[in-house]
Design a protein around this ligand. Structure first.
Ligand SMILES: NC(=O)c1ccc[n+]([C@@H]2O[C@H](COP(=O)([O-])OP(=O)(O)OC[C@H]3O[C@@H](n4cnc5c(N)ncnc54)[C@H](OP(=O)(O)O)[C@@H]3O)[C@@H](O)[C@H]2O)c1
Length: 168
């Protein structure tokens, strides 16, 4: 399985959940986040800002999970999937697919979230899932301003605003 956006909030969880079910996982993110993604447990890392991933990973995966921002690069996903494979994407727009390849748009919803969230919280509390955190800001006006500035600049992991500093 290729996880495109493996360093992100969604992608870092997808990598870990894929590991739990025994998938071979290739993580795609920017080079500066290689260490973070490798620590999550990928079998291979490819930097999208250093290689043309549609060439480097041509016809490599049974499944491509595209959780890059807005599901960017649908045509890359098609190139990376093996014939007859599947693309799962946060984009609602399917790329042009060859015969036999399938596309699924994934999005938050009451039915899926009500089943998934308790399990994710339970696994996180038990230390079975890690959420990489870049910085925790206080729950104040200044904290929110600083958090937005941090979001707009390069960061590695989540930006959190918390009333009490969590022990994570
Ligand atoms: N967070 C949520 O709860 C949630 C829920 C449902 C849907 N979504 C959707 O899921 C998507 C990702 O959300 P997120 O919160 O995980 O975002 P995020 O934390 O900003 O992560 C975005 C990921 O995309 C990667 N990326 C950016 N440009 C790329 C490109 N051109 N090619 C390949 N990878 C690229 C980033 O890599 P680098 O940072 O290493 O460059 C990063 O791994 C968004 O479209 C969002 O709307 C999010």
């Amino acid at each position: 399985m290729i996880v495109k956006g493996a360093s992100g909030g969604v992608g870092s969880l997808v990598v870990q959940l894929a590991n739990q079910v025994g998938a071979t996982v290739i993580g795609v993110a920017s080079a500066r986040n290689q260490l973070l993604v490798e620590k999550l447990g990928v079998d291979r890392f490819v930097a999208y800002d250093q290689a043309d991933i549609s060439t480097a990973l041509a016809a490599t995966a049974d499944i491509v999970v595209n959780v890059a921002m807005n599901g960017a690069g649908g045509d890359q996903d098609v190139a990376m999937v093996k014939p007859g494979g599947r693309i799962i994407s946060v984009s609602h727009r399917s790329p042009r697919l060859p015969a036999g390849m399938t596309f699924q748009h994934t999005y938050p919803g009451d039915d899926t979230d009500s089943a998934a969230l308790p399990q994710l919280v339970q696994e996180a509390a038990a230390g079975q899932l890690t959420v990489p955190i870049d910085h925790v800001f206080p729950f104040t006006l200044a904290g929110f301003v600083a958090a937005h500035e941090a979001l707009d600049s390069q960061h590695t992991g989540r930006i959190v605003v918390a009333k009490e500093l969590p022990t994570l």
